[in-house]
Each structure stands twice: as C-alpha cells, then as structure tokens.
Design a protein. Structure first.
Length: 442
C-alpha cells in the first residue's frame, strides 16, 4: 500500500526485514528440534542462533543472490550461510521452501490480526461512548431512504457496536484458523524430517501444527481469513455510508468534524464534504478485492503449485495495511462526529406527524375497523400531508388535524385516543432493553 493509507506498525510486519527475521527464527527453531533428536550437533544449533540471531540481514545482498538463483528462499539461505559459516549446512535439513514461506505467512497474518483486533477494540470503545451519549436523542428512522418511524441516534450507534462486536468474534476465529505451522518437507509426508520438529517450531512461534499440509498449508484457511477481512470492510462501509447520508445538506443530522483551516473544495469555499467516510467507502472496496483471489487460491494442483504465491504476496500486506488504516480512521470519525439533535427533531417534524401513522392504523383495527378500511382511512389523510410536503418542502397540512376532522376516523377513535397516538416516547420505550442486550447495561 502507498504511505497515504498506511500505518507504520502494520507496515513493519510485512517489511523484508521482519520477513527475513521470521524466516531465520523458523529455521533456527527447527535446528533446535533437530539437535534434540540428534540429527544435527547441538553446538551447530547454538552457533546458528548466536551468529544468525545477532545478524542484521543484508536485504540488498539477498536480492543480489536471488537475481542469480531466481529463488528467494535459497537466496536467503545462501546469505545466512555467509553469516553462520560451516554450521549453516545443518540449516533447512529435510525442509522445503513452503515450510518457511507458509509458516512465516501464518506468523505475519497472526501478528496483523492482533493489530486489527486492537483497532476494533478502540473502535468499539468510541462507538459505545457515542451510543450512550445519544441514547435518547430521537431522530427519524428511514426505510428506502424515506421517513419511517422514530428511532434514536444512540440506537444507530448500538447497531454499529453490535456489528463490530460480531466482527471481533469473526476475526478471533479467523486468526485461530490461520495460525498454523507446516514443517513437513516435500509433499508433506515428513519423510525427511520428524513431525516433532513441526510441533517444536509451532510451539515456539505460538502456532498450531497443521494436521495435513501436503507441503503447503491448505488455502481454505486463507480464504476464510480474507473473507473475514472483507466482511469487516463491508461493516466499515455501512457505517461510513450512513454518516455520508446524514451529512447531506438536505439532511445534515450529523457530519464529520471539520478542523480549523480545513478546505472542502478548491473551487467552492463553502463546502464541507464527507471526505473521510467517502475515503472509507473506497478503502473497503480494496479490502474486498482480495476475497475472490483468496477463494481461487484454494484449488492448487495436486500436493502444491505456486499459483497462490504471487496473489498472497500482494493481498497479505495490502488488505491488512488497508483495513488497519480504515479501522483507525473510522474510530477517529466516530470519536469526533458532530451530531445535531435539533436538526434531527426538525427533520422528523417536517412531515406533519406522519411518523405516527402506524399507531393510528393499529388503534383503528383495535377499535373494530377492518385492516383494509383502517389502512384506507389513514392513508387518505396521510397523502394530504405528503402532497403538501411535495409542493413546499415542509408540510403545511397537519396529520393530527386531518385525522381529528375525519368523520370516518372519529367513528372509531375519540380525540383523546387520537392525540395519545402522537406520543414520541412510545417509540423509545424499549431503548434500554436494546442497550442491555448490546452492552450489558443501560
């Protein structure tokens, strides 16, 4: 990823320096296990740790060797031999390149997952704070983009919290799925290396031993991992899209923080654009872009091929770096989001009380009207208000007034019964129940 959308902690996981350090640790831990088994001298294993562990691997030198060998692992092993000396002949005993590459990839994905999980925790904390801040801030709920019935802005935040809580659970499971180690040799039979070596390396690196690696770790694990990242990205986009809609000039119930000195447009000085959430929408597309290639990587030829390799060298860093940046950006957006309760109340009242139509419908049916007749009576009064709104942009016709003047409605409902159905508190009476379900407290 380009620096603009990258954070150094995640970038470092995928740097050549970090990669070669992990490669060395895999090889050195394997040497320890081989030494325990008596396959190589214990002194050689110690020398490998002493000299290789203290080394600063020369990336330019490794690249130089690879230009000749056309093989990255051999290039690394050749450079390691230059550092370690004669005992380097005991490195990579019975192993194959995929043992190093796949196990390293697992370590990198596990480390990336830990950063992403920390990001989600921070995002959840920000969402929870805003949810309780606006638990009782009433606003209009919309279906199909059209006014429906009242909700609260806190409920919008509670929905986001529950969604990202599910994302957290999915990522925990995806991390466990991907954190496996394969040190099984060519075609995965352990013919030239004892299974104990794999168990030892796995324990040393905090991984689980892959039950059947067939030389490569099965790519269904990776497919699930990247699919999980794609779902998290989609959740980011859902929240970002909601904020973008709320910031539209005609709505303006909430907007991104606009800092002093910030400019919205090179041409129009008045603009305050939702640039951060628009950016998040785009970044989510980039993360999801990796899902299909990861799925296609599952089908490899026989025990292995490397059609997956070029894909993973790109999607591993790109998706985790992008998602890390996006989660942190969304946290900052939520944390600083400007919320306008007065605007929310004004928007809700623009349709002259139509938000209470369902309560009148239900009251009529409970008073003896058929549902069909009740719907017709409510709708004919509602359309008067709607048509007035279409003309002026604010309804000059009041729904309550129309209902009170409708003789057919009044056959079933008294004035008091009609007025009682216009209580906003009715719509928010179970907010505490929802909050207890989501947060465990209200």
């Amino acid at each position: 990823m380009i620096p603009r959308y990258s954070r150094p902690e995640m970038v470092d996981i995928w740097s050549p320096k970090s990669k070669f350090r992990i490669w060395f640790e895999i090889e050195a831990h394997a040497c320890d296990a081989l030494a325990e088994l008596g396959v190589i001298p214990k002194e050689a294993a110690q020398t490998i740790w002493d000299k290789g562990g203290a080394a600063s691997f020369d990336i330019d030198r490794i690249d130089e060797i690879e230009r000749e060998t056309k093989h990255d692992v051999i290039a690394f092993l050749t450079h390691l031999a230059e550092i370690v000396g004669p005992d380097a002949r005991f490195v990579h005993q019975g192993m194959t390149s995929s043992d190093v590459l796949d196990t390293c990839f697992s370590v990198q994905l596990a480390k990336a997952s830990d950063l992403l999980l920390a990001d989600i925790e921070a995002l959840l904390a920000a969402i929870e704070r805003r949810a309780f801040e606006h638990k009782d801030t009433v606003c209009i709920g919309r279906s199909h983009g059209i006014h429906a019935e009242p909700v609260t802005f806190g409920l919008k935040m509670a929905e986001a919290y529950a969604e990202f809580d599910r994302c957290r659970t999915r990522l925990v499971n995806a991390r466990a799925e991907i954190a496996t180690c394969a040190i099984s040799g060519a075609v995965g039979t352990f013919a030239n290396i004892d299974p104990y070596v794999e168990e030892h390396v796995a324990n040393a690196l905090g991984l689980a031993a892959e039950p059947v690696s067939t030389q490569v770790i099965p790519r269904d694990r990776h497919a699930m991992f990247f699919a999980t990242l794609g779902v998290i990205a989609s959740s980011i986009e859902r929240v970002a899209t909601e904020i973008r809609h709320l910031q539209r000039t005609e709505v303006l119930e909430a907007e991104e923080y606009f800092s002093p000195g910030q400019k919205g447009s090179s041409a129009m000085p008045h603009k305050r654009n939702p640039v951060l959430t628009e950016n998040l929408t785009g970044l989510a597309r980039l993360v999801r872009m990796a899902v299909t290639p990861a799925m296609e990587n599952v089908a490899l030829w026989h025990e292995r091929d490397i059609s997956h390799s070029s894909v993973e060298r790109m999607i591993g860093p790109d998706t985790t770096i992008t998602l890390d940046f996006a989660l942190v950006r969304l946290t900052n957006v939520i944390d600083k989001l400007l919320v306008y309760p007065e605007r929310m109340a004004g928007n809700m009242n623009r349709l002259g009380g139509l938000v209470h139509s369902q309560r009148i419908l239900l009251a009529l049916t409970q008073a003896g009207s058929s549902r069909e007749d009740a719907y017709r009576l409510v709708q004919r009064n509602a359309m008067k208000v709607w048509n007035s709104y279409q003309v002026s942009g604010d309804s000059e016709v009041d729904f309550l007034t129309e209902l009170l003047g409708d003789e057919d409605v009044r056959k079933y409902l008294s004035e008091t019964e009609i007025r009682d159905r216009f209580d906003l508190g009715y719509h928010t009476k179970h907010v505490d129940t929802i909050f207890r379900r989501v947060f465990g407290r209200s």
